[in-house]
Design a binder for this molecule. Structure first.
Ligand code: HEC
Ligand SMILES: [Cu+2]
Length: 309
């Protein structure tokens, strides 16, 4: 699980930094207007009533100034500052960007690196300092992609691809969320953006582009059979085996991931057993059934899954 959970006001990348600057500017401006308003209100309350007589034209000026001129000036300034910030936001297409296709599902994230033939889920690895071009779409309903500390936030739509870029200034694990209500388990649709050194990123790509590890030992080998027998293979792909389902996440390198079920649980043997044994208990309504599996077969299955490095 991420040990660094930053918010949008603690930016870790240029896009998020620009957005945070605009936020602070608007906050400051709002504060000034608020104080001005409060001072006028209080001074009006304590004014001597008698002195109001004959001030018709001055109250007119207050209404035009405070009700029309001031809002127009404030909104125009905010508009200008926002436009200036938007100009530096990349919208895709910079030459050396890492291209990542992200497909939203109820309630997890499918992640592809088309240039490297890599597929994973709920984890986006990225080299520090290099832009990532995200091509976002959805397999079902509308979702929204958001990593607060890296910036962005863009909808994933079923019928088109939305593109956005961001990058990270320093290594770290940045939590992302689905920011558009997409069904009962919307709140458990998280992911990690993992920013690492270019060398670590290349090593990660090299691992992920390989086929699944062969099971070590008899128990794990039996686990691979169980995976097909009980129907896991209908929904999950494990490269290099006959499991080619696409309803659920690709499990080829499951053991290298930090979380399970879209950043809902840390990826430990205990949580893996809980999840496979009773996914409906952890994410009610999830598109993975509770399958009846005998104790011995379950132990074999878990041994196999834990070996998928
Ligand atoms: C009907 C389709 C279906 C079947 C059958 C199925 N799964 Fe899943 N599985 C899913 C879906 C969908 C998810 C994603 C759930 C989520 O996070 O919302 C998932 C998630 C998982 C995950 C977590 C992956 C991750 O990276 O977060 C594991 C592990 C897993 N399944 C293992 C299994 C095993 C083992 C079996 C067989 C006992 C199995 N699944 C059967 C659909 C299925
Ligand atoms: Cu969603």
């Amino acid at each position: 699980m991420p040990n660094d959970v930053f918010g949008s006001l603690d930016p870790r990348g240029p896009v998020a930094a620009e957005m945070a600057d605009v936020w602070w500017f608007m906050f400051g401006l709002g504060l000034v207007v608020f104080i001005l308003f409060a001072v006028l209100l209080v001074s009006g309350l304590f004014r001597d009533k008698g002195s109001d007589r004959g001030m018709g034209s001055s109250s007119h000026r207050w209404i035009v100034g405070g009700g029309v001129v001031l809002p127009v000036v404030v909104v125009t300034v905010v508009f200008g500052v926002t436009l200036a910030a938007m100009r530096i936001l990349p919208v895709g297409g910079s030459g050396d960007a890492v291209v990542v296709d992200v497909i939203g599902h109820q309630w997890w994230w499918e992640v592809h690196y088309p240039d490297h033939d890599v597929t994973t889920a709920n984890e986006i690895h990225m080299p520090v300092g290099r832009p990532v071009e995200l091509r976002l779409s959805s397999a079902d309903v509308i979702h929204s992609f958001w990593v607060p500390s890296l910036g962005g936030k863009l909808d994933l739509l079923p019928d088109r691809v939305n593109t956005m870029e961001f990058s990270a200034d320093e290594p770290g694990e940045y939590r992302g969320v689905c920011a558009e209500f997409c069904g009962t388990q919307h709140a458990k649709m998280g992911f990690l953006a993992v920013a690492e050194s270019p060398a670590e990123f290349e090593a990660w790509l090299a691992t992920q582009s390989q086929q699944a590890a062969e099971p070590v030992g008899e128990v794990a080998a039996r686990g691979r059979e169980v995976f097909s027998e009980v129907g896991c293979a209908d929904c999950h792909t494990i490269e290099g085996t006959d499991a080619v389902g696409t309803t659920g996440p690709d499990l080829t390198h499951l053991a290298t991931r930090e979380t399970l079920a879209a950043a809902t649980l840390p990826n430990t043997p205990e949580h893996l057993a809980d999840w496979v044994g009773d996914p409906q208990e952890i994410k009610e309504g999830v598109n993975m059934p509770d399958l009846p599996i005998g104790e011995e077969d379950m132990a074999a299955l878990l041994a196999y899954l834990e070996g998928l490095e």
